[in-house]
Design a protein around this ligand. Structure first.
Ligand code: SF4
Length: 305
């Protein structure tokens, strides 16, 4: 096998992982449903909060607003107060979630879009979240590529540390039409067995017989970019957004992004992603410095005048 190739018996690799996941995995209540609304709530909540802590907040939230229509009808201030009361991180996520619920009710007749692209049209829903909801609710997603999945692919099959290589191999590995179980399984593998310190034998990793790292003992993980303390600090990024907006009468998020960070990418949900930029812009809106409006279906960001 060349470095960076998937094993020839990829069918056996897939079956081994799905069997391992189905035999035993961490129980989370949102894994028991295929309803898009509770799944969206769990995805938004878990962006910044440890999964174990999300469980109580998720249950309380759904008791309070059991359906997407209930959430859309709620007072936005109550949703934000709930969010901060449960220490769920940026309050903008609560506003976006409320806004997304309103969109679903008003623009989609109460029915969630079922594709990753359709879901990404919802306010505050970036490509990663859209794909997760498409997978877990509709079994209609693409292969997830997050930090955990990259670490697994890098170690197991020596996939080079490049986004395109990870995307291609993750897509090739996922069995067609099985995004629900597959994405759950591979994220579980990264979260439970192939952690920073791998637990190959302890967790009975189903890929040991194919895994390059297991065979060589080199468990290096891909580089995770680190931020120098001021370069990349939130204050500096806020300054860049304001500076960029002085040059025009408003920009769509994906046009603004590259002016703020050279490594901007609409993908993902980390630093420099569209989700990250939405957060940054949301904070500036809250501070009265920046305004957003919809023009021809796009969210346009401009200076508050
Ligand atoms: S054998 Fe170990 S290093 Fe390889 S994929 Fe499994 S947990 Fe990760």
């Amino acid at each position: 096998m060349n470095r960076g190739d998937l094993p020839a018996d990829v069918g056996a690799v897939r079956t081994a992982l799905i069997d391992w996941y189905e035999t035993d995995h961490r129980e989370y209540p949102w894994r028991e449903t295929d309803e898009p609304y509770p799944i969206l709530v769990s995805e938004i909540m878990s962006q910044q909060t440890q999964l174990d802590r999300v469980v109580d907040a998720w249950e309380d939230f759904l008791n309070r607003w059991p359906t997407v229509a209930d959430l859309a009808a709620a007072d936005r201030g109550d949703v934000v107060a709930f969010w901060s009361g449960h220490s769920l991180g940026y309050n903008n996520r609560a506003k976006y979630l409320h806004e997304a619920a309103t969109q679903i009710v008003e623009e989609y007749d109460g029915e969630f879009p079922q594709s990753p692209d359709g879901l990404a049209e919802l306010m505050g829903v970036g490509p990663y979240t859209a794909n997760a909801v498409a997978s877990f609710a509709f079994n209609n997603g693409d292969a997830v590529v997050d930090t955990n999945v990259k670490r697994v692919l890098y170690r197991a099959f020596s996939i080079p540390d490049e986004d395109a290589a990870f995307e291609d191999s993750a897509a090739e590995l996922m069995p067609a039409g099985k995004s629900r179980v597959w994405n759950n399984a591979i994220m579980e593998l990264g979260g439970v067995a192939c952690e920073k310190t791998p637990q190959c034998d302890e967790e009975g990793c189903p890929w040991r017989e194919w895994c390059d790292a297991y065979q060589t003992g080199d468990f290096t993980a891909p580089d995770v970019p680190t931020q120098p303390s001021f370069e990349g600090s939130r204050r500096q990024m806020r300054g860049r957004v304001i500076g960029a907006l002085k040059d025009g009468d408003g920009f769509e998020l994906d046009d603004l992004g590259p002016k703020v960070r050279v490594d901007y990418s609409p993908e993902g949900d980390g630093e420099g992603s569209r989700e990250w930029l939405q957060e940054l812009v949301g904070d500036l809106v809250e501070d009265g410095l920046v305004a957003t409006e919809r023009r021809d279906g796009d969210v346009i960001v401009s200076l508050q005048r």
